[in-house]
Design a protein around this ligand. Sequence first.
Ligand code: ATP
Ligand code: MG
Length: 393
Amino acid sequence: MYLSRYFLPNLKETPKEAEIVSHRYMLRAGMVRQQSAGIYSWLPMGLRVLKRIESIIREEQNRAGAIEILMPTIQPADLWRESGRYDAYGKQMLRITDRHERDMLFGPTNEEMVTDIFRSYVRSYKDLPLNLYHIQWKFRDEVRPRFGVMRGREFLMKDAYSFDTDPENARIAYNRMFVSYLRTFDRMGIKAIPMRAETGPIGGDMSHEFLILADTGESGVFCHKDYLDLPIPPENIDYENASDLQDIVLAWTNAYAATDEMHNEAEWAHVDKSDRMAARGIEVGHIFHFGTKYSEAMGAKVAGPDGVEKPVHMGSYGIGPSRLVAAIIEASHDDDGIIWPASVAPFDLGLINLKSGDAATDAACLDLYGRLENAGLQGASLPGWTSSACPDS
Ligand code: ATP
Ligand code: MG
């Protein structure tokens, strides 16, 4: 790829509307363009980063046994009437009427739709466990879209949904996603700490938000320093080994970690003062077990070995790839710009021809470029690179 032929519309001035560093750098580097409040076009360099984040997520979801599907962005309101959420969701939901006067909506999430898919095909405990995920655009009419793609109205989400026969197996499914999230964020070069989160009426301990520490985070976080050094599960982790998974989850939930919403002063008081980290954090993922909430309301049942049909136990597992682009920048930059973790960098290297136009140097550059590309390296472009002697990647 020739930088001179690339579309990299970077800005010299810092746009006034950008309040936080990631937003400033993303606009200056020509990664995204705002089209209306909280709605962005992804320009070539921003899209490259987004795609790399997506593919790390995909690889780790697949490794953990989740299966990719793709559900639509536009959903019929009737599914949401079945679960009772059509009215409950309020103004965050973008409601649409089609030409036949049918109520539709731009999906803010997909529990109802995936439950509908499940109930249409799955009848027996023999088909479980099952975990279906997709990576799809969501729309939530946020009251205050801000900080660029960090809190957008249209944003990308990876959302997975697990289906199990009973709470014990649902916990295994939950642990699988918990462990895969540890690996996913680590591969992006960031430290995301699982913190206990609201479980709603169902109670229990199966809801965690994954937060990365950054001064500009919207949540206050309180956690034990130990989280900074815990080992990440290896690539060959056995996702079928329930007891290994449980051990990892215990190790990662043992010490205190909570956002301000869940903070408990009495428990915090037990943490040694020198071990305390009170900071700000950005939520990049959320995993949640909600039991039979949707399966009961929508009639998603499976027959057990005794032939008796029971509502299936479900969980949902979200990650925000578009938010992650900004969150990674918040966690990794300096005054001169973004410091990309190698795994998500838009380009692996820049090749600079210092004697552009000189036949021998041009040929050497081309040769080098071809060899680097054959070695599996991606593209070559650095801001400031003015050479036109390198071919497209
Ligand atoms: P928040 O508390 O930040 O509003 P949420 O709890 O409503 O997020 P979830 O429903 O748990 O979000 O969504 C799963 C993931 O999707 C979040 O962890 C986050 O990474 C991402 N996400 C949610 N809302 C947005 C948004 N408005 N813009 C970008 N990413 C988002
Ligand atoms: Mg959440």
